[in-house]
Design a protein around this ligand. Structure first.
Ligand code: NAP
Ligand code: SF4
Length: 678
């Protein structure tokens, strides 16, 4: 018996039996469009199928040209496209998996001038105003869904998922906010959900009984004018009656002002919205959003919230999530930390998705598995993300690795990141690397500041330096004043930070320190605190509210814990470099916590009075107890230079290589590539 018994129990979905309750959720990777034919996409999904995931849902494909996400976006409407899909379905089936095609009509979110919607109401996140569909257009669109479903089965998919959530076309019909029609498809609740039900019926009819038909319902819209909980429940019952085999759940619309999947959202926070759907129907229900651990997934099934779980990003992070769960190796699952840095932030900036903690994701062909031809003795110096990633990957390839870390614990910069409210998931990255290093027999030497002489004497075949960075000390008069501290002092708890603070430097670290000093960690750990902070009524009791309350920020004290000023020299608004999909969340949290920002600053001096600076030539003073330096970093290459003086060429990775771009994404990617080359 496994502690994940329920997760590992087969599940009947219509006439299909899934081997377990773990499903890879639909997610665009841009491999669908940026890399044709689908060789990389096929390898990507095949790796997940080989990792024993019970079912894969593809990224969404539009059933017609006006429903694409953007110009050139995924579209499946012609027989000529069958072969490239067959490459994917064959690869998945050959690896023992099952895959369903998601059909997604983007509606008014389609970033094309010809976009359509139930009514001609522009979305705030799209530059184009949609054209309202005529009754004829509606009939044609329903037929297009059915046509794409038929193509999907012809291409070898095991069924389809109809995307009815996240604010796309079907969701727009259902919500009064976006459906102002007065014909058979608008007005009353029954009329607004008619389009969804017509689509389900038409698709079922074309599919026949055997292929799976999954419908993704919006369990809570999180927009004003969205459905109530009672309406969602009724909607789910009608979807079941219309012929769905399984209901998947979505949370929020893309335009919602509430985060739904970022790391700052507590795990499984949306359980009550999902349970509402589960209670209403007799077919299986799938939970989604911020489920990143088998423990969380098992508990959702055990407590009757859902019958199975959808995980998209966690399957980027670890293709073997399901297999490791079955084998009792949950400790070795490379956990998705909800950062969005290498997946959504790359997709939003027109690059293919990969994963911060698993750079192989989406690049399976570039990173062949397997052992090195010659096993080497390798020394790695530095136990931060770069050093740990290199050590694990090199050991997996059969090299004998010794990892030296001067500090008494592994983690490097991760130890600082994980204490910032909303970033506790970094603990899982540390847990993963620690478990893998132990499993692979890497000789980890903690508290050992290895010297160049010792490395030279040991006669390693390769020496890799991941010695990280040292914080930059800017050239400001009085920078050695006792009230000046570095971000390291703050985040490692070395200083007891006062009530009035100035932060110099508004990069990622400056924002992290501001969040550390002002933020409330409970908001990311406790769903109730999260809902209060973001104004969510998860019971969604009020008609037309979409689950939003009018009150936001109730957990934030009217008087902040501290007075914090965040300064930068650039004249632009601070925070431009933060992640596209998460920066707005951090900025909103800090606004609520009364952070004050100052741009275009010239620093004059720091003394007993505080920080003296000028903006537009006007001299000002911030009377503060502490000035925290977050002014970037310099590469730490002392050991590299000492080895070079002995004629030994070591390889540099991570911040020790390029301090200016210090971040875990680049560090882990570079480390993994080097290990594969070795
Ligand atoms: P950073 O991004 O380079 O930012 C350093 C800040 O200090 C800049 O805002 C810069 O702005 C200022 N600065 C630079 N030199 C200065 C000087 N001589 N005097 C005064 N101010 C100076 O460095 P970081 O914030 O330490 O972040 C390092 C890396 O870690 C980044 O690549 C980032 O991706 C990653 N990181 C990201 C996050 C996140 O996304 N949440 C969090 C932590 C770290 P001005 O020149 O305008 O003053
Ligand atoms: Fe998860 Fe971050 Fe990887 Fe995306 S990049 S899959 S959010 S760990």
């Amino acid at each position: 018996m496994s502690i994940f018994d329920r997760l590992l129990t087969p599940l009947a979905v219509g006439q299909t039996v899934l081997p377990n309750r773990m499903v890879m959720g639909a997610m665009h990777t841009r491999l669908e469009t940026l890399d044709r034919p689908h060789a990389r996409l096929a390898a990507f999904y095949a790796a997940r199928a080989a990792g024993e995931i019970g079912l894969i849902l593809s990224g969404g494909f539009s059933p017609n040209a006006e429903g694409v996400m953007e110009a050139g976006g995924p579209l499946f409407d012609r027989a000529e496209q069958l072969d490239e899909h067959r490459a994917v379905t064959r690869a998945v089936h050959a690896a023992g998996g099952k895959i369903v095609l998601q059909i997604l009509h983007a509606g008014r979110y389609a970033k094309v001038p010809e976009c359509v919607a139930p009514s001609a109401i522009k979305a705030r996140i799209n530059a184009w105003t949609p054209r309202a569909l005529s009754l004829d257009d509606i009939g044609r669109t329903i037929a297009d869904f059915a046509h794409t479903a038929a193509l999907a089965v012809e291409a070898g998919y095991d069924g389809v998922e109809i995307m009815g959530s996240e604010g796309y076309l079907i969701n727009e019909f259902a919500a009064a906010a976006t459906n102002h029609r007065d014909d058979a498809y608008g007005g009353s609740f029954d009329a607004r959900i008619r389009f969804a039900l017509d689509v389900v019926r038409a698709v079922r009819e074309r599919l026949g009984a055997a292929p799976m038909l999954i419908y993704r319902i919006s369990s809570i819209d999180l927009v004003d004018g969205g459905l109530s909980g009672a309406e969602v429940a009724t909607f789910a019952q009608r979807v079941e009656a219309a012929g769905a085999d399984l209901i998947n759940t979505g949370v929020g619309w893309h335009e919602s002002a509430v985060p739904t999947i970022a790391a700052s959202v507590p795990r499984a926070a949306w359980r009550e919205a999902i349970r509402n759907v589960k209670r209403a129907v007799s077919i299986p229900v799938m939970a989604s959003n911020r489920i990143n651990m088998p423990e969380v997934a098992e508990e959702l099934i055990a407590s009757g919230v859902a019958d199975c779980v959808s995980m998209a990003r966690p399957l980027l992070a670890d293709p073997e999530f399901a297999k490791k769960t079955r084998l009792g190796l949950a400790d070795e699952i490379n956990t998705c930390i909800g950062c969005n840095q290498a997946c959504l932030d790359r997709i939003f900036t027109e690059r293919t998705a990969t994963c911060l903690v698993n750079p192989r994701a989406g690049r399976e062909i570039e990173f062949p598995e397997g052992r090195a031809r010659v096993a080497k003795r390798v020394a790695v110096v530095g136990g931060g993300p770069a050093g740990m990633a290199f050590a694990v990957n090199a050991a997996e390839r059969g090299h004998a690795v010794t990892l030296y870390e001067a500090a008494p614990r592994l983690g490097g910069q991760l130890n600082m990141a994980k204490v910032v409210p909303g970033k506790a998931e970094f603990n899982e990255t540390l847990r993963y690397f620690t478990a893998r290093l132990a499993k692979l027999g890497v000789d980890v030497r903690l508290g050992e500041a290895v010297s160049a002489a010792a490395l030279a004497d040991a006669g390693y075949d390769e020496i890799v330096l991941a010695t990280g960075v040292t914080p930059r000390v800017p050239d400001i008069a009085g920078v050695d004043h006792p009230k000046v501290v570095s971000y390291v002092d703050v985040l490692t708890g070395k200083v007891d930070v006062g009530a009035r603070v100035a932060i110099i430097g508004a990069g990622g670290m400056g924002f992290d320190v501001a969040e550390y000093l002002l933020g409330d960690a409970r908001e990311s750990l406790d769903p109730e605190a999260f809902f209060r902070a973001w104004g969510v009524d998860v019971a969604n009791a009020n008609a037309g509210s979409g689950g939003l309350t009018k009150e936001m920020g109730a957990t934030n004290p009217a008087k902040p814990r501290r007075t914090v000023h965040l300064l930068q020299r650039k004249a632009e608004p601070p925070g431009k470099g933060l992640g596209k999909s998460t920066g707005w969340i951090l900025k909103a949290r800090l606004r609520r916590a009364h952070l004050m920002t100052i741009s275009g600053a010239t620093y004059d001096a720091i003394d007993d009075q505080g920080l003296h600076y000028r903006v537009d030539g006007v001299a000002q003073t911030l009377a503060v107890d502490h000035v925290v330096l977050c002014a970037g970093q310099n590469a730490n290459r002392v050991l590299f230079d000492e080895l070079a003086a002995r004629g030994i060429h070591a390889k540099l990775i991570g911040g020790a290589d390029v301090a200016a771009e210090l971040d875990a994404l680049r560090a882990i990617d570079q480390a993994t590539r080097l290990a594969v080359e070795l």
